[in-house]
Design a protein around this ligand. Structure first.
Ligand code: UDP
Length: 432
């Protein structure tokens, strides 16, 4: 039986109900297959609503015992989860009877997906959206992934950085791993109109002519919002010192700088778009303390989670990415480019496969607030350079990160896995 990817009936599994990068990456694929697929979520949340609104069937398999096992979870918690996991596996296997393949999109989903083999034979396609390094994961989680990796019938990763980290973990560089860079639809980024920017700025209390730095990431320590706050404090000091040294006149109010070209004075403001999605509330509290300590309250705005990232990006002058650990891919970097904004990103992981430093954006060392301050200063003083980076970034992002190319790659990996699966592993309608 020859079956193309799009004809296959796929059961997608994702552990989260939140709108994280992995879930947003799954969305266009699930929509592509919506006639014959369903998505199983291990948690309820806005991701379910987004899927259902797009016409995708969703099954919830929520089990509190499984949800408690976290990214760096201890062995004891994992042991306690065995019973609940098995009952979830059984439920998943039952659902999987009606599908040709199981497509697992997160770590817990991968564990459940491979365990369904105890009950039913279906090819398992694993989409890994993580860098499996010690920086990101605990020892137990890494051991589980190392043990299970060979059981995936196809492995897709979202960057070469993710592929390399997986190869290092498994010690197998010879395994076939497909790299599918996320593709992002540019349409919402093209559509945003000026009135929206004004409304967004007005709602936050950001002056229309302020120089606005946007950071679009869930609030989590490794996403490095604290680095941006330190960088802005540093930039304000740098600018203040520069103006103090000016022989005549000069603006002495901290935070105001004339642009090199126009001499116009603009205030620096920062907008943090995103929420603590995966239990990082304590980090959010620490950010508020840091801001208060530095006396930056009037300039730093917490916007919370926003659905319309394109409109929010349009309201910024620059989009930054500040992760202190290697980013598996970095959708926000591509989105900032599609929004036509100059971007500054942290030089590590998948981001280095997106940004050509000095051509399509600027890269600074992860966690290096001083370097970020000087990159911000460069863009602030030289709007022409900022515009040329933004234009080159937008052209490149449209070419290299199209949604069509992304779906095609995932589809090819799916088709291959289904094609190579033994005949008994495929669902035959009416005979399962
Ligand atoms: N995002 C969003 N609303 C927010 C903050 C972020 O929709 O308030 C989106 C962002 O536009 C991006 C995704 O969340 O598409 C984050 O993906 P990324 O690869 O940057 O990081 P991840 O969350 O996967 O670590």
């Amino acid at each position: 039986m020859t079956m193309t990817g799009s004809e296959a009936r796929i059961l997608f599994v994702d552990q989260s109900g939140e709108l994280g990068g992995a879930e947003l990456a799954l969305l266009p694929i699930a929509v592509r297959y919506r006639e014959r697929c369903a998505v199983v979520l291990l948690q309820d949340g806005p991701f379910r609503e987004r899927l259902e609104a797009a016409g995708v069937t969703v099954h919830l398999l929520v089990n509190a015992g499984v949800s408690k096992v976290r990214k760096t979870g201890a062995a004891l918690a994992a042991l306690r989860a065995i019973g609940p996991v098995l009952s979830q596996v059984r439920a998943l296997a039952k659902l999987a009877r009606d599908y040709d393949a199981i497509f697992v999109n997160t770590q817990k989903a991968f564990v459940l997906g491979t365990m369904t083999r105890l009950f039913i034979r279906r090819p398992v396609i694993w989409f890994l959206h993580d860098i499996m390094s010690r920086e990101h994961f605990g020892g137990l989680q890494r051991r589980i992934v190392r043990t299970l990796a060979p059981f995936a019938d196809a492995t897709i990763v979202n960057s070469k950085a993710a592929a390399d980290a997986l190869a290092e973990l498994t010690g197998r560089r010879d395994r076939v791993v497909d790299i599918a860079y996320n593709g992002i639809d540019p349409a919402p980024f093209d559509l945003t109109v000026n009135t929206q920017h004004r409304a967004i700025r007005a709602a936050l209390g950001v002056p229309t002519d302020a120089w606005c730095v946007g950071l679009f990431s869930r609030l989590a320590h490794w996403k490095g919002q604290h680095v941006l706050i330190d960088a802005v404090a540093q930039l304000l000091v740098d600018e203040h010192d520069a103006f103090e040294r000016r022989p005549v006149g000069g603006v002495r109010d901290r935070g105001h700088a004339p642009s090199a070209r126009s001499g116009r004075v603009s205030e620096i403001h920062v907008v943090l778009v995103g929420a603590p999605l995966f239990g990082e509330d304590e980090y959010a509290a620490r950010l508020h303390e840091q801001i208060a300590r530095l006396g930056l309250e009037p300039r730093i705005h917490f916007a919370g989670f926003q659905n319309d990232v394109a409109a929010w990006m349009a309201a910024m002058d620059v989009v930054v990415h500040t992760s202190i650990a290697p980013e598996p891919f970095g959708r926000v970097v591509v989105e900032g480019m599609l929004a036509g904004k100059p971007i500054i990103a942290a030089r590590a992981g998948g981001v280095m496969e997106i940004v050509d430093d000095g051509q399509t954006g600027l890269l600074t060392g992860p966690g290096d607030a001083r370097a970020l301050a000087s990159a911000l200063g460069v863009l602030r003083r030289d709007p022409d350079y900022a515009t040329s980076l933004a234009n080159a970034g937008r052209d490149m992002a449209r070419r290299r990160f199209s949604e069509a190319a992304y779906i095609e790659r995932v589809e090819a990996a799916l088709a291959r896995a289904i094609e190579h699966a033994p005949a008994r592993e495929r669902a035959v309608p009416g005979r399962v």
